[in-house]
Structure formats: structure tokens, C-alpha cells
Write a protein of this length. Structure first.
Ligand code: PLP
Length: 399
């Protein structure tokens, strides 16, 4: 047996463990300091009542012979896929049911989709980035090129015809930068993909945070995207499903490479390697799309949005450059005074007990940036921002 030595090319994923180590060391020495966590990428509000009730009812169904469900369809139950179809229709995106695949979350599908692509393909990934895109391709040994996201392009890199790529990752609203592509910018990517016979893997995990009506929530709002894109969605941040696990992936019927429809390949892949999401979870997911469910999750998102507003208002007052926060739960700020991100991390921890995420953990272009998230409580977010204001106003030199 020979192991997949591509795994040797993975960098140790030390970001969150290193953060935990530094916080724990600090707390041992300063047990009196209250720690406020502003780096968490997990949700903190519980599931909404519509979802909980639907899952309770589904559990009851499973306990009775006449409503018991065994293996379900690998692509998901129609009751959920029809809801997802209707959700897309609200933004004038017409999907066939066969184009929607229910999954246990976006992360699995983002990794598993690579089964469909030759390992000789070149992959284009923005930097900084959600690390899963890089690592899943390194595991397969694919060549990766990076698209620079930086302050000059608002952390939204655009296609460059001198760079040839077969597989392109786009995450909008973006993790970690919170930046969101507008329609014209996404159109450029779609045109580039069509011109170069490339596929776009569009990660829409944060689409529910978009408030600006003009911003696209789905790549399929762009003409031509159904011939070049696959979209990954998640109920994790939309409805607090990080621990419940449910998402969906849209693979258009019109997506064809080397004479093979990717939709057929994905169906074949899923029916071979995946046995579907549990009935109980899919019933919970269905409830997310009901009128009551929609209203309840909107309240939760509004709560997180209030945190984002507290953060961006504080940064505005301090004159600190940032992206995100309006249509995203992430705020990506430039570290004051040209500091590198780990130095800024240590400073916030030691001086005010606030924990964020150093940008360096997301790629080289994150070295001088820092991610704050809106998933804390309103009280703690306000407290953390007041402490940040007092700290940075102490010394104008920080700017
Ligand atoms: N895509 C992005 C950009 C994310 O930030 C995350 C989770 O943080 C995921 C996908 C994973 O989502 P899921 O919980 O559905 O696996």
C-alpha cells in the first residue's frame, strides 16, 4: 500500500489551535481578565422554534410504523428540494428539482465535488481564503494559483486573461473578508469561465446576510452561469445549522465538459458514496423555508447584523479601513499602524482581553489584516468595541 503523499503538502492547520493556546496561556497568567471572543465563526443563537418543532414531529414520525422513514433519496426529499426551488424562484432563478442536491453541509460538498475533476486541472483560488478550498486540492495534488485579493481591489479580485485556470473558487459574501461581488463583477467571472472553458465553484454559504437588493445572492442570477458554475449553500449560518448539518448544492443540467454532464456525474457520485441527510434534519430544514421559519431566522440574522453594525461604527469612528460587515457577518480590518496580524492579536488579547482572528491564517495577503465576527452577543460586542476605542484612542500613532 502506498499512502497519498499529497497529504505531506498540507500545512499544519494551526490557526485556531494557536489562538486557543495563546488565550489559554494568557488566562492562566491573568485569570481576572474577562475574555471576549470576537473570532468565532460558529453561530451562537439556538435553532428557531419552527425548526425545533418540525424536528420533534419528525422524530415522532420515525417512531411509528406508518410514518417511519428508512433510506431516503440520496439527493434529498422532494419536500425540501421544492422549498429550495421556490426560494431561488424569488430571485428569478429557475431550477429544476434534479439540479438541487441536499447535503450535510457545504464543506463536505466543496471537498467531494473534486471527485468530478481531473487532477491535472489548474485551480484558481483567491488569497486570503476559506482554507478548505486550498487543502482539498492539495490532497488531490492539483496545481493551485492564487488570485490576489487586497486593499486595492477591495478584496474582490477580478479575472485576468493572462492567467489560465480550469477550476475557479468564488466565495461571496466572502469568508474571511466579508466582501461581496456585485453583478457586473460576477458577470466578468462568468464570461471568463465561459471563454476559458472553466468551471466556477461558487460558495454562497453567507448569501442570507445580503441586504443590498442589487447584490446577487446566487451566481445563477448572472446570464450564462448555468453553463459554467456550481453553487454551494448552507443552512449553517442562515439558520444556525452548524451542529445540525444541512446544506444544498446546485449543479445545473446544462453544465457539460468533455461531453459529460456534471449533473449526471454528481448524481452518480452521490448515489455511490452518500446515503442522504436524515429525515429529521431535512424536516428541520424544510421549516427554515416556511413563513414562520423565515421570520424567525430573519430575527437571528438581524441580531448578528446589529453586532456587525456596532463593529463597523466603531471602526468608522476610529478611521480604520475595513471590508464587510454590511452584507456579511465578517469584518476584515487593516491592523492599525502597519502592525502584522499576530502582533495585533497579542495586543488586543493582552491589553483588552478581546480575541479575533489574525488575517495571516487565511493567506499571505492577510498578514496585515484581522477578522472580527458578528457572532458574539450584542453586549459583548459593544463592550469589546468600547475597549478597542479606548485602547486605540490612547495613541493616535496606532493609525
Ligand atoms: N463555506 C464557507 C465560506 C464557510 O465559511 C463555511 C463555514 O464556516 C462553510 C462553507 C462550511 O459550511 P457548512 O457548515 O455548511 O459545512
Amino acid at each position: 500500500m502506498r499512502a497519498n503523499i499529497n497529504y505531506n503538502h498540507l500545512k499544519e492547520s494551526y490557526l485556531f489551535s494557536e489562538i486557543a493556546r495563546r488565550v489559554s496561556n494568557f488566562s492562566k497568567i491573568h485569570p481576572e481578565t474577562e475574555i471576549i471572543r470576537m473570532g468565532i465563526g460558529d453561530v451562537t443563537l439556538p435553532l428557531c422554534s419552527s425548526v425545533v418543532e418540525a424536528m420533534k414531529q419528525a422524530a415522532e414520525d420515525m417512531g411509528k410504523a406508518d410514518s417511519f422513514h428508512g433510506y431516503g433519496p440520496e439527493q434529498g426529499y422532494d419536500f425540501l428540494r421544492e422549498r429550495i426551488q421556490a426560494y431561488y424562484a424569488e430571485n428569478d432563478v429557475a431550477l429544476e428539482l434534479s439540479e438541487i442536491f441536499v447535503s450535510d453541509g457545504a464543506k463536505s460538498d466543496l471537498g467531494n465535488i473534486l471527485d468530478l475533476f481531473d487532477k491535472e486541472n489548474t485551480v484558481l483560488i483567491p488569497d486570503p481564503v476559506y482554507p478548505v478550498y486550498v487543502d482539498t486540492n492539495l490532497m488531490d495534488g492539483r496545481k493551485i494559483i492564487f488570485a490576489d485579493a487586497n486593499e486595492n481591489n477591495g478584496f474582490l479580485p477580478l479575472p485576468d486573461d493572462s492567467v489560465l485556470a480550469d477550476i475557479i473558487y468564488i466565495c461571496s459574501p466572502n469568508n474571511p473578508t466579508g466582501a461581496v461581488y456585485n453583478r457586473e463583477q460576477l458577470k466578468l467571472w462568468v464570461e471568463y469561465a465561459l471563454r476559458n472553458h472553466a468551471v466556477i465553484l461558487f460558495d454562497a454559504a453567507y448569501e442570507s446576510f445580503i441586504v443590498d437588493k442589487d447584490l446577487p445572492r446566487s451566481i445563477f442570477e448572472i446570464d450564462g452561469a448555468k453553463k459554467c458554475a456550481i453553487e454551494f449553500c448552507s443552512l449553517s449560518k442562515t439558520a444556525g445549522f452548524t451542529g445540525t448539518r444541512c446544506g444544498y448544492t446546485v449543479v445545473p443540467q446544462t453544465l457539460e465538459f468533455d461531453g459529460i454532464q456534471l449533473n449526471h456525474m454528481w448524481l452518480r457520485r452521490q448515489t455511490t458514496k452518500f446515503n442522504g441527510v436524515s429525515y429529521i434534519v431535512q424536516k428541520g430544514a424544510e421549516a427554515v423555508f416556511t413563513k414562520d421559519g423565515r421570520e424567525q431566522i430573519k430575527e437571528n440574522i438581524a441580531y448578528y447584523r446589529k453586532n456587525a453594525k456596532i463593529i463597523t461604527s466603531a471602526l468608522d469612528k476610529l478611521g480604520i479601513w475595513y471590508t464587510g460587515g454590511k452584507n456579511s457577518p465578517y469584518i476584515w480590518l487593516r491592523c492599525p499602524n502597519g502592525m502584522d496580524s499576530w502582533t495585533f492579536f497579542d495586543m488586543l488579547l493582552s491589553e483588552i482581553g478581546v480575541v479575533g482572528t489574525p488575517g495571516a491564517g487565511f493567506g499571505k495577503n492577510g498578514e496585515k489584516f484581522f477578522r472580527l465576527t458578528a457572532f458574539s452577543t450584542n453586549e459583548n460586542t459593544a463592550k469589546a468595541m468600547e475597549k478597542l476605542r479606548l485602547l486605540l484612542e490612547k495613541d493616535d500613532g496606532y493609525h
